[in-house]
Structure formats: structure tokens, C-alpha cells
Design a protein around this ligand. Structure first.
Ligand SMILES: C[S@@+](CC[C@H](N)C(=O)[O-])C[C@H]1O[C@@H](n2cnc3c(N)ncnc32)[C@H](O)[C@@H]1O
Length: 205
């Protein structure tokens, strides 16, 4: 088994490893908070923090090694409004986030699990989408980008099945117009291979 090098102690200042429900106010103060779910090494997370300095941005990733690499990026960028959390998205929405606590949740290039028999591994399932809805404030945004045409249609159908979401293709939430052209690492990789990454957006009622 490969061993992780212990991280420098100051990197842990950017990382939250929750043992139960978290208090976003204690992390970010009074500002609205947005999530970058499946943030990998936090490239998109930091871009969000730079573009929207008035918001708190919480990047969530289940692989600790990626979280620690992301923490280096956050520290290098000096972003006080960006923090990272090591957790699975299912636990994040099911146990860690209080209801109606988040302005928007971004899912940028979530793992597509393209083989039919792997469909159950996809994050977007009806119960999961309802958990995301509960974590959002009324009018909060669920914003997604994927390069996988099959997953694009799947996500559209699953979210359309939840009557408490309405389409919001313009990516607005709480008076902020989010920019769907900000690119993530995976999106840039897909673009270099000639694959288009398409956005989807909903607003929670
Ligand atoms: C395809 S990558 C996309 C990374 C980044 N959003 C981007 O666009 O560059 C998907 C990321 O989601 C993470 N991930 C997959 N399933 C997850 C889950 N259930 N909870 C949290 N993170 C997850 C993976 O470890 C990986 O870093």
C-alpha cells in the first residue's frame, strides 16, 4: 500500500474533516456558501472563490490525496473564502449539511459511469437529488456540467422527476448570475480532446 506523506500542518487550515453536521457560519461567517462537489484538486473551486469573493466556496472531494493537493492550491492562491472538505457527496448531503444552508451546488464533470450496468454508481439518483434540494435555500441553484451525452440525459430526467426543481439554464441564484463558462480541469481536458461539456441548471423551490 502506498503511504501518504503527512501534510504540512498549515495545509490543514484549508481542510475540514467533519465528524458530523457542520456549522457553515463558523467556517465562512455570514456570507452565502456554494459547493463544488467532486472538486478533485480544487482548480474550479479556487476559480469560483476568485470570481465571487463575496461568497464562501466549499470544495468537497472524497479522495484525501486530492483534497490535500487542493489545499496547496487554495493556500497558494491565498483564498480565505475557499475551504475544502473530505467527504463523500452522499454523506455530505445526507448527514453533514444542515437543511437550507447552501446557495448553490456545482457538480462539474461528475464521474459518468458510462456502462449501463454501472448506472447505480451514478451520483444523480432521485433520492440524492432530493437530498441536494433539502440542502439548498429556496431559490438555490443546482448547476451541472458534463461531457457525457448519456449522463446529460440521465441527469435531466432524474432532476425533472423532482417537482421541487425548476429549470434555470441561466445559472442564477440569490441575485448572483454564475458564469457557466468558467472551466474545470476535466472540462479543459475534454475540450483538448474535442469533446463538448454542456451545462444544465435548476432552481430549488
Ligand atoms: C471526473 S472528476 C471531476 C473533477 C472536477 N470537478 C473537474 O471537473 O475537474 C470527478 C471527481 O469527483 C470525485 N468523486 C467521485 N465520486 C464522489 C463522491 N461520491 N463524493 C465526492 N467526490 C466524488 C472523484 O474522486 C473525482 O475527483
Amino acid at each position: 500500500m502506498r503511504r501518504l506523506k503527512p501534510p504540512a500542518p498549515d495545509l490543514l487550515e484549508q481542510v475540514v474533516i467533519p465528524a458530523g453536521p457542520i456549522d457553515l457560519g463558523a467556517i465562512f461567517g455570514e456570507c452565502p456558501v456554494v459547493l463544488d462537489v467532486g472538486c478533485a484538486r480544487a482548480r474550479y473551486t479556487v476559480k469560483l472563490g476568485e470570481r465571487y469573493p463575496e461568497l464562501g466556496v466549499l470544495g468537497v472531494e472524497n479522495k484525501l490525496k486530492r483534497v490535500l493537493a487542493g489545499a496547496k492550491r487554495v493556500a497558494a492562491a491565498g483564498r480565505e473564502n475557499v475551504r475544502l472538505l473530505c467527504a463523500r457527496a452522499e454523506g455530505l448531503f445526507g448527514e453533514i449539511l444542515p437543511p437550507a444552508s447552501v446557495l448553490a451546488a456545482f457538480f462539474i464533470c461528475p464521474d459518468p459511469w458510462p456502462k449501463r450496468r454501472h448506472g447505480r454508481r451514478r451520483l444523480f439518483q432521485p433520492d440524492f437529488v432530493e437530498m441536494v434540494r433539502r440542502a439548498l435555500v429556496p431559490g438555490g441553484g443546482l448547476f451541472v456540467k458534463t461531457d457525457d451525452p448519456g449522463y446529460y440525459e440521465w441527469i435531466r430526467e432524474v432532476v425533472a422527476g423532482n417537482p421541487r426543481f425548476e429549470p434555470c439554464p441561466e445559472w442564477t441564484a440569490g441575485g448572483t448570475a454564475f458564469d457557466p463558462t468558467i472551466t474545470s480541469y476535466y472540462e479543459e481536458r475534454h475540450a483538448a480532446e474535442g469533446r463538448e461539456t454542456r451545462p444544465l441548471g435548476w432552481s430549488a423551490r
